[in-house]
Write a protein that binds this ligand. Structure first.
Ligand SMILES: [Fe+2]
Length: 280
C-alpha cells in the first residue's frame, strides 16, 4: 500500500517516557509496518524496521518517544512540558480497533461528556455544547472559548465548575487540550492525545500530561485520566465504519460538531487518505 507523504513524513508516538524498561526490546506496528524499538545500554532510544533492518529517525519530546518511517519536519512545540512547576505523567497506552483519526475526533467531542463521563467531565442535565470559535493557525486547528460544566474536572477538585477548554489539532493524529486548572484557574492543564496508527483501523493511544496539581500523587493523577480513557474504549471500538468518512454529508452533524467538521475538512485539504473511509 502506497502511503501519502502527508502521513508518511510525520513523527509518530510509540511510547511515553514512563513505559520503557532499559535493555528490553519492544515489537509494534506503525502504518502497517513491523517495528522494533527500545532503550539501549546507554539508555538511548532507538528504532528499527523489522523487515528491512533500517534504523529509523527517533525523537524524545513532550515526555514521548517518537519515530518516523519517512522524512519528518520538526515536531510541533508544547513549551508547558519544560515548565518545572508542572507534574508530567502519562496514562498506560490503550489499543483500540479504530482509525487513529476517529480517536482524535472523539477526543475533540464535548457532546459525549455527560453520557460517557458522567460524574467527572459531565453531568445530567448539562448536555448543551455552547458555541465556540474554530480557527486555522500555522496549519493547526484551534477551537477556543469552549466551555463545559464539569462536576469533577480534575482529581484534586470536587465540586462542579464551568471549565474552559482550548483544543489544538497539531497534526492529523495528534491533539492537545488546554483545560482550566481548577486549582490554579489562571493557568491551564495540558492533556495530549498522541495516536500511533498501527494499521488503518487499529491504533494505540498515548496520553502524556503536564498538570499543575502538587497535592495528588502521580498515580492518583494517572488513574483519574486512565479511567476516563477507559470509558472511551467502548465508543472507540464500536465506530462504524472504523475508518473516518471525510464526506461532509455521510454522518449527521450539528453545531456542536464545528471542530469535527473543521478537522475533516482540514484532513481532506491536506490529502490525508490513510485511516479514512473512501465511499467510492
Ligand atoms: Fe471521552
Amino acid at each position: 500500500m502506497k502511503i501519502e507523504s502527508v502521513v508518511l513524513d510525520q513523527w509518530y508516538p510509540v511510547a511515553t517516557e514512563n513505559m520503557l524498561v532499559a535493555g528490553k526490546v519492544y515489537h509494534s506496528q506503525l502504518l502497517g509496518q513491523p517495528i522494533e524499538y527500545g532503550l539501549d545500554e546507554n539508555a538511548t532510544f532507538y528504532a528499527t524496521h523489522r523487515t528491512t533492518q533500517a534504523q529509523l529517525p527517533v525523537l524524545m519530546q513532550h515526555y514521548t518517544y517518537w519515530i518516523s518511517l519517512g522524512n519528518p519536519p520538526a515536531l510541533f512545540s508544547i513549551p508547558e512540558f519544560q515548565d518545572s512547576e508542572r507534574r508530567v505523567l502519562a496514562t498506560v497506552p490503550v489499543s483500540v480497533r479504530t482509525s487513529g483519526l476517529r480517536v482524535v475526533e472523539n477526543f475533540l467531542d464535548m457532546a459525549h461528556f455527560p453520557f460517557i463521563h458522567e460524574g467527572t467531565l459531565g453531568e445530567m442535565p448539562f448536555t448543551a455544547v455552547k458555541p465556540y470559535r474554530v480557527d486555522i493557525e500555522n496549519d493547526e486547528i484551534y477551537a477556543r472559548d469552549c466551555e463545559f460544566y464539569q462536576p469533577m474536572a480534575a482529581f484534586s477538585h470536587e465540586g462542579g465548575m464551568n471549565i474552559e477548554y482550548i483544543y489544538r489539532v497539531s497534526g492529523p493524529f495528534n491533539a492537545v487540550l488546554y483545560k482550566t486548572c481548577p486549582l490554579q484557574p489562571a493557568k491551564k492543564d495540558i492533556v495530549c492525545l498522541f495516536v500511533q496508527p498501527c494499521e488503518e483501523d487499529r491504533s494505540i493511544v498515548h496520553m502524556p500530561m503536564a498538570c499543575l496539581d502538587d497535592s495528588a500523587s502521580l498515580e492518583e493523577l494517572r488513574l483519574f485520566r486512565q479511567n476516563i480513557l477507559g470509558q472511551d474504549i467502548g465508543i472507540l471500538n464500536n465506530q462504524v465504519p472504523r475508518k473516518l468518512p471525510l464526506l461532509a454529508d455521510f454522518e449527521i452533524s450539528t453545531g456542536a460538531d464545528a471542530i469535527s467538521l473543521a478537522y475533516r475538512r482540514w484532513l481532506n485539504e491536506k490529502g490525508v487518505c490513510y485511516g479514512t473511509f473512501q465511499n467510492a
